[in-house]
Write a protein that binds this ligand. Structure first.
Ligand code: GCU
Length: 615
């Protein structure tokens, strides 16, 4: 039976900690009764945090912007007005909604008024799918919770504060970068701020299904293990799990911590794979034990795929069969319009291109992407590498930084653990090898394994040293991982593309390698000799040398070249070529395929044929 460790509410000390921590995360909100608050929100741009602190930097607990105050007489002094302020769309980053906000990093206050009718025996949570980076939530003038981390969901209970008729929610969002943050000060992606994903009210019964984990036991084809956790620690509550399509129905009761455990086997289970992304409708239902009322009855469903993922020596085994991960890396950049991707359509476009490449795997870099993306990967049949933004050099010795990283990892796994598509949790990218760093990363690996023992752990490492023309992957963190990830840029940051022809690879670890990044930049439509940087021909040539080199690596289990689509970056400043875009995409931000796209497509077609003939 998979370990049942529930997410501890990690205390994150922040200067402006006005509120309590969010409530435990309600998972599978997609299948809950909800009231969407998406759409236009009034927004106040507040570069000096005037709405939060007075001129002495004291928190304005009485007259801050959470009050959404309005003058009642001409004498009243109110120096802000949400009603008179322009709006910003939610979900959406603020940077791409107004030219004046493209580079803006700081605070913006969001306000939304809505009418609501409270229902009997119903609890209500305000659910924010993501707010970058630090946010404080207030309802009807009362501050209720705050959250740190720009790429994971959180929710706060609002039941006692909601009233019949008009209500208003105010959310303070600040995306200022900070050295002790996750990510830290420098990233090669745009620091898109705001309420970047859906915001909604979630309605649940007084006692409800808080969380669940249903999965195939690794290494089996028919044994299912599951746990269901209720919103409170009440024993003897009857819980039923059903898979109607297979007429499976299992019931048991909760233990004193409000958890019900299940295990059963069924030889008829069709396993999920990229070729056949089979999802079953799974129902979970609770009925009141003993003298319980309807208020403690709950029912929810989800689409769950059953698959096993393991490693054996250099092989990655999907459902017991060695499977090469034909991948590509993807940023959460919206195709065609730029800014944060946040919808089913965005996911369909990006993952559709990956499928066109012949991919069966995507590396979602460098932070948890929106839930639409994961559910689309489940449906379309793409395995996923999910990562938290422990990126480059962070404050390894800072306990608050570690708590933040652990919290983001915990929220990521809590939200997504029922997604069959996710096969790898990555704890970071290109982090420098120091003792403090390795200790920090080892704690993250342990946290992930404690929360989920059914998936593989990895990280994007770098070559530590060369032995002649042989590159050695012997980062000490490799010992703690199941899959080695490695980023290399032979032919772009290092030497010429043809240097790959002489490059060999080795590792002391008997583990599969996913070459998690390689590539070079090309401006779509720029043509020239293959040795002219930024031309499509240069990128095409680089991919030819790279794929030939990768074929020679005996322990290669997969690849996710950098990157599917050009994306916005504050570090890419070359006029007429980059213009604040990283141009390593195989597709431009306007959807134009570059020549290298077809080199990779051809290689993946070969790999697919080899894989099939091996099975
Ligand atoms: C790094 C990094 C990416 C970055 C890429 C690049 O390896 O992981 O985030 O965008 O290289 O330089 O293009």
């Amino acid at each position: 039976m998979a370990a049942k460790i529930f997410p501890l509410v990690l205390l994150v000390a922040t200067s402006a900690c006005l509120a309590q921590q969010p409530a435990p995360l309600i998972t599978n909100v997609e299948h809950r009764t909800t009231v969407s608050l998406d759409g236009p929100w009034h927004a106040i741009v507040d570069p000096y945090d005037t709405g939060l602190k007075d001129y002495r930097s004291h928190i304005r607990s009485q007259d801050g912007f959470f009050q959404n105050a309005k003058p009642h007489t001409p004498q009243d002094l109110i120096e802000y007005s949400f009603d008179k302020s322009e709006t910003l769309n939610v979900p959406g980053d603020w940077n791409t909604q107004r030219p004046s906000l493209l580079f803006y990093e700081g605070t913006i206050w969001y306000e939304k008024s809505f009418s609501y009718r409270p229902k009997p025996h119903t609890r209500v949570f305000l659910h924010v799918s993501a707010a970058n980076y630090f946010s404080i939530v207030g309802l009807n003038g009362t501050v209720i919770c705050d959250h740190e981390g720009g790429f994971t969901s959180f929710n706060c209970e609002v039941t006692p504060l909601l009233h019949e008729g008009e209500n208003f929610v105010v959310i303070y969002v600040n995306n200022a970068r900070k050295a002790e943050g996750i990510p830290t000060l420098s990233t090669d992606w745009w620091n898109y701020g705001g309420l970047t994903r859906d915001v909604q009210l979630v309605e649940v019964p007084e006692r409800f299904i808080q969380d669940s984990f249903i999965h195939l036991i690794p290494g089996t084809r028919d044994q299912v293990a599951a746990w269901v956790k209720l919103s409170d620690a009440t024993a003897d509550q009857r819980v039923t799990v059903r898979i109607p399509e297979l007429a499976i129905e299992k019931s048991t009761t909760t233990d004193r911590s409000g958890v019900a455990d299940f295990s059963f086997s069924d030889k008829r289970l069709q396993l999920w794979s990229p070729e056949q992304p089979k999802l079953y409708k799974v129902e979970i239902e609770t009925s009141a034990g003993g003298s319980g009322t309807d208020a403690s009855k709950d029912k929810i469903e989800d689409e769950i795929g059953f698959r096993s993922i393991e490693v054996r020596g250099h092989d990655i085994l999907l459902n017991g069969a060695p499977t090469f991960l034909r991948g590509v890396s993807i940023h959460e950049e919206a195709p065609y319009r730029s800014g944060r991707a946040n919808s089913d359509d965005d996911a369909k476009t990006l993952l559709g291109w990956a499928k066109e490449l012949g991919a069966n795997f995507v590396r979602l870099a460098h932070y948890p992407h929106n839930e639409h993306m994961l559910r689309m990967a489940d449906r379309m049949g793409l395995m996923v590498w999910s990562e938290i933004p422990v990126y480059w050099d962070i404050k390894w010795d800072n306990p608050a930084t570690l708590a933040d990283a652990q919290n983001q990892l915990t929220e990521n796994i809590t939200r997504d653990k029922n997604r069959a598509s996710i096969v790898i949790w990555s704890v970071g990218n290109e982090t420098p090898v120091t003792d403090a760093r390795t200790k920090f990363m080892q704690i993250l690996v342990k946290t992930a394994r404690t929360l989920d023992s059914t998936r593989l752990l990895s990280a994007a490492l770098q070559v530590q040293h060369h032995d002649g023309t042989t590159r050695v992957i012997d980062d000490p963190l490799g010992a703690d991982l199941d899959v080695l990830g490695c980023n290399e840029y032979i032919g772009w940051y290092e030497g010429k593309p043809e240097d790959a022809d002489k490059a060999n690879w080795k590792s002391p670890y008997d583990k599969p390698l996913v070459m998690s990044e390689f590539g070079g930049s090309a401006r779509s439509g720029l043509h020239g000799n293959s040795d002219a940087r930024f031309t499509e021909e240069y990128q095409e040539d680089l991919y030819k040398h790279q794929t030939a080199m990768l074929d020679r690596i005996p322990f290669l289990g997969g690849a996710s070249p950098w990157i599917l689509m050009d994306f916005r970056s504050p570090r890419r400043l070359l006029p007429g070529i980059q213009d604040f875009y990283n141009r390593k995409g195989l597709i431009s931000d306007r959807g134009e395929k570059k020549k290298a796209f077809y080199v990779l497509q051809k290689w993946y077609r070969q790999k697919e044929t080899t894989d099939h003939s091996a099975h």
